[in-house]
Design a protein around this ligand. Structure first.
Ligand code: C2O
Ligand code: CU
Ligand code: CU
Length: 481
């Protein structure tokens, strides 16, 4: 793909895929080191009715102050970006009124990863017009505790509405949680912001559409490199969300020990110690971090080559996302993590197998460069059903990446189990069983997963680099009873 920057109509950007305006003035510098703020919870308005979570989410334009004296126009849920955190319990009924007050744009709310009925899942086929309200109602099944999120999913506008600020965490708590309460439970929502010197968010360039939009600043709960204080010996339960459009985050904790306890769809069977975590766009991981050494413990990024088209590959390594100040004097002793977290039943033998091949095509035409991101040679068509599946049947999906970039593959409506990865003729089993709704398929790699949809209706599957989803890398599985 090198040499594309010479083609007419292509602005590959100088670094990090900036547009010319931002390049001229340089990106804005953001303040760092403020105290980490917890995501504000979405208040439950159900009053005294137990088991019901009832609230309203309004999407609207808002003004943010990332830099002193500069207003940034963003999109926000209830005036906030990230949106308020929803916390509900397994078994709860949820009733959320969505008020779309985005000017002249349709939107939806998609409940990423939660097994909600297809007609409540904010599909692009069910848009909410500008100015309209709609109620999303669903139940959170027993056993569904996990780290989910919500974001818009309107046809052709998802990428933009998300990078402009619309995304929030949705944590489903277990009634019986084996993780000690002393660890707390903190959501860290990682988002990506590009800001021009005048405080505006530049439009996406051709390079952004091709690679996915990567910003200048990775934010944690809306803040750049915030600080958190803990006592020496503390253990903290952290839920890390990659809510960026397109940034791959290979994460490490310097001066603290990380243990993975959960994936997208909740707890693992048992804790797994780890040095680093690759979190591709839309993936989540639950970790317990042990702060046993005084001083600063930092959450940082390592280098990861996800395949970059053209010039301007962003500098991925060496970013400090969060600084934890660990006290000199030890705090109260913390209970240990239990050895078993919860059972995960393997999905078992599939009755159907399917092969989904991911490709990219680029061609010049009268309008400049045209890019298509395809699944089995086809770009998304809202009027076409790509796969017909049966509710309750286990299927084997083989996702084959024949493209030059990694593509994080996501399916709506259920959680799946990755059983195998193959690259360069080598087959590897995943290190542990986990419930996932998004899995990175590296370039040249094949990922095999078992999946079972329990409920009928149309479900989307797509690359979660949102610009790729927009340029065609999405399909529809129609689940029938
Ligand atoms: Cu977060 Cu269609 O997905
Ligand atoms: Cu989704
Ligand atoms: Cu992709």
């Amino acid at each position: 793909m090198d040499g594309m920057s010479d083609m007419p109509g292509m602005d590959m950007g100088g670094h990090a895929g900036h547009d010319m305006g931002a390049m001229t003035h340089g990106p804005a510098a953001l303040p760092e080191g403020e105290a980490l703020r917890a995501l504000p919870p979405l208040a439950n308005e159900a009053g005294r009715r137990p088991g019901l979570f009832k609230a309203r989410l309004m999407a609207q334009s808002a003004t943010a102050r990332f830099v002193a004296d500069r207003d940034t126009s963003i999109l926000a849920y209830n005036g906030m970006s990230p949106g308020p955190m929803i916390q509900a319990y397994e078994g709860d009924s949820v009733e959320i009124t969505f008020a779309n007050r985005i000017e002249r744009e349709q939107s939806t709310i998609h409940w990423h990863g939660i097994p909600v009925p297809a007609d409540q899942d904010g599909n692009p086929m069910d848009p909410v017009a500008a100015g309209a309200d709609r109620v999303y109602a669903f139940e959170l099944p027993e056993g569904s505790a996990g780290s989910y999120w919500y974001h818009p999913h309107p046809h052709g506008r998802t990428a933009e509405q998300v990078y402009r600020g619309l995304a929030g965490a949705f944590v489903v708590k277990a009634k019986d949680d084996p993780v000690p309460v002393e660890y707390g439970d903190t959501v860290l929502m990682l988002t990506d912001l590009r800001l021009a010197a005048d405080g505006s968010m530049p439009d996406s360039t051709m390079a952004d559409l091709m690679n996915g939009r990567v910003g200048d600043h990775v934010l944690v709960n809306g803040q750049k490199n915030p600080r958190l204080k803990v006592a020496m010996g503390a253990k903290r339960r952290l839920r890390l969300y990659n809510a960026t459009n397109a940034r791959f985050l290979r994460l490490a904790f310097a001066n603290a020990a990380m243990t993975v306890i959960g994936s997208d769809g909740g707890l693992l069977e048992k804790p797994v110690a780890t040095d680093e975590i690759l979190l591709s766009p839309a993936e989540r991981v639950e970790v317990v971090v042990a702060f046993d050494r005084p001083g600063a413990a930092t959450l940082t990024t390592l280098d990861y080559d996800r395949g970059w088209m053209g010039a301007g590959r962003p500098a991925d390594a060496g970013l400090t996302l969060l600084t934890v100040d660990v006290s000199e004097t030890p705090g109260e002793a913390m209970p240990p993590l239990p050895e078993r977290l919860r059972p995960i039943a393997p999905l078992g033998a599939p009755t159907v197998s399917r092969r989904l091949v991911l490709t990219e095509t680029m061609a010049m035409n009268a309008n400049g460069m045209e890019m298509d991101f395809l699944i089995n040679g086809k770009a998304f068509d809202m009027a076409r059903v790509d796969i017909v599946a049966r509710a309750g049947e286990t299927e084997l999906w083989e996702i084959v990446n024949k493209a030059d970039m990694d593509h994080p593959f996501h399916v709506h409506g259920t959680q799946f189990q990755v059983i195998e990865r193959e690259r360069g003729g080598k087959v590897a089993k995943p290190p542990y069983l986990a419930w996932k709704d998004t899995v990175n398929v590296a370039r040249g790699e094949t990922v095999r997963l078992l999946i079972r949809q329990e409920r009928p209706g149309a479900r989307m599957y797509h690359c979660h680099i949102l610009e790729h989803e927009q340029l065609g890398m999405m399909g529809i599985v129609d689940v029938q009873v």
